[in-house]
Write a protein that binds this ligand. Sequence first.
Ligand SMILES: *Cc1c(COP(=O)(O)O)cnc(C)c1O
Length: 391
Amino acid sequence: MMKNNIKPSDKEYVASTYGRFDLEIVSGKGSYVYDEKGKEYIDMATGIAVNTFGLCDEEWINAVNEQLTRFQHVSNLYYSEPCVRLAELLAKRTGCKKTFFSNSGAEANECAIKTARKWALENKGEGYYNIITLKNSFHGRTVTTLAATGQDVFHTTFNPFTEGFLYAEANRLDTVEALVKEYKCGAVMMELVQGEGGVLALDKDFVDGVFALCKENNMLLVIDEVQTGNGRTGSLYAFQQYGICPDIVTTAKGLGGGLPIGATMFFERTENTLTAGTHGSTFGGNPVSCAGAVNIIERIDDAVLKGVKERSEYIVNELTGADGIKSVSGLGLMLGIETERDAGEIIKECMDRGVLPIKAKNKVRLLPALNIPMDTLKKAISVIKAVAKGE
Ligand SMILES: *Cc1c(COP(=O)(O)O)cnc(C)c1O
């Protein structure tokens, strides 16, 4: 079959916000994707931690199809089952009380920020709108979530940004304490493994310290699990292995298994903060996305999480100290590899050899499917190893 070359039309008609690789993906199955020429690639990025169980996973397709043929959407003015089932499942698996559904990570964080401000106003008084985030963090692309993102490169061009964000240093509790002393603060918001910032896991001591500090100062702790959530780091949510109890947890990416969905989970202190009319979303809680998400969350059981840890250990053991590799960071199947050669070049050569990792800052980032078969993973890692070595 002759295929049209879509690349010139993409350049002509699609907004030029993405620097695309010279690769069109036309189909996929499990941890493999195929380009228009039929070349096979091992997918080591899953659409940035989205395709939790790989591409075109049968069970997930069945769950989604079943809902799709029932009805595709109803307004939030009415009850519908999939979003209730998902909220109940999340409550049982995380200890959260209530969930607000949206369509993306940025929206999930936007909702968390609104909630933190309303909570602070009602529980602390006027002026406690400040939220402390961490340098090198990433929280989204809206004007407010860009402001929350603690990276100067994101704080240009689109001024004025939303006020009320203060930036502390990751793993430096004294810098958080200093801000709490100097300003009226209502919350701390952070990722437990900074993803876009270079796949850096926060120290347990630091996280414990922030948790205690929030408690002492009657502040909320908001954990952004947009990327770390949904089994990615070896527990359903990363906060569960850090052993802390946050007040709000946001997630998106892998939750829907490939369909757009965002979730803002409220724990005890925040479960009744948002009231009727204070927040909403037309597509939020979409039944098809929620049916997909129910399937994903139900399947992330102990066996899957054990598999994530085993695969993670395999990758870390293979790559740590290997020729051309400076360091391996991250948690579970969210890993960053610092290479001696430029990460961009490594990624390009991996692509030529049929392996698709992505970048995070100066690192090669790996986010494979939670169930990537071991032999497929071994193949991909051997290619990455050879490329890093310069073979
Ligand atoms: C990707 C990401 C976001 C933004 O999610 P979108 O769905 O692209 O809006 C927010 N926070 C973190 C930690 C992320 O990794």
